[in-house]
Write a protein that binds this ligand. Structure first.
Ligand code: DGL
Length: 254
């Protein structure tokens, strides 16, 4: 069983890519909606939540856990790996593919405050900073939009534009989505950015990595008559939005 968690519905953008590769597995998805958003919370508070959620996912029978949240990965993944015997798959902002493919030499990163301040991001940024200019912004209000189920329309457009425009004005031709909620706004982001800008979501890469780790750990289901994934959705608070987004994701996969 694969455990997946996020502060809310964001990790469902990762779950979608995972199901494309592993369509017959069993999943428990935990949306920490009672504590959402994680973005501005202290690393200690996020680590504490991540451990409580991990305990829950393990009690459900998870064999491997996907931290489908950039902010929780930044704050907690080392501590989780130290404390628990299972494998953890985390998120990483796709700075590398953006930096290597940029033609203007300027890339933009959208992420939460917690991710942008984290040492993991700082280290990655340091590796590419000599070759490209890296501009970054917190996607102010993006998580709240997604949690309210507002994925397009005038309000989404106005909110997205505020954080995205400075990155475009700086000349970015690659926009890295460094928060798992943001891919649900990718349509709006792409429309505002225009055709010359590539929007990069690391989720397909993370799903591939999970697949490889499960293969090497012998965790892949050998055979299954099942045609569809089995997904249990659990939320610490309101689950209405996560349910709606999960349904949308599964409909898109049909
Ligand atoms: N979806 C999460 C991330 O990838 C957290 C967003 C939030 O709760 O602020 O960073």
């Amino acid at each position: 069983m694969i455990g997946v968690f996020d502060s809310g519905s964001g990790g469902l953008s990762v779950l979608k890519e995972i199901i494309k590769l592993l369509p017959r597995e069993e999943y428990v998805y935990f949306a920490d909606t009672a504590y959402c958003p994680y973005g501005g919370k202290s690393p200690e508070a996020i680590r504490q939540r991540s451990m409580e959620i991990t305990d829950f996912l393990l009690s459900k029978g998870a064999d491997i856990i996907v931290v489908a949240c950039n902010t929780a990965t930044a704050a907690a993944i080392s501590a989780l790996r130290e404390r628990y015997p299972v494998k953890f798959i985390g998120m990483e902002p796709a700075v590398k593919p953006a930096a290597l493919s940029s033609e203007t030499g300027v890339i933009g990163v959208l992420a939460t405050e917690g991710t942008l301040k984290g040492s993991k991001y700082m280290t990655t940024k340091g590796l590419y900073e000599d070759n490209v200019k890296i501009t970054e912004r917190v996607g102010e209000g993006f998580v709240e939009l997604v949690e309210r189920g507002i994925l397009d329309g005038p309000e989404a457009e106005a909110t997205v534009r505020k954080s995205l425009q400075p990155l475009l004005d700086a000349g970015s031709d690659r926009i890295v989505l460094g928060c798992t909620h943001y891919p649900f706004l990718a349509g709006v982001i792409q429309r505002i950015a225009g055709p010359g800008v590539k929007v990069i979501d690391p989720a397909p890469h993370v799903a591939r990595h999970l697949y490889e780790v499960m293969e090497s750990e012998g965790l892949l289901r050998k055979s299954s008559r099942r045609r569809k994934p089995v997904i249990e959705l659990v939320a610490s608070g309101d689950d209405a939005s996560a349910k709606r987004i999960l349904k949308m994701v599964l409909d898109e996969l049909k």
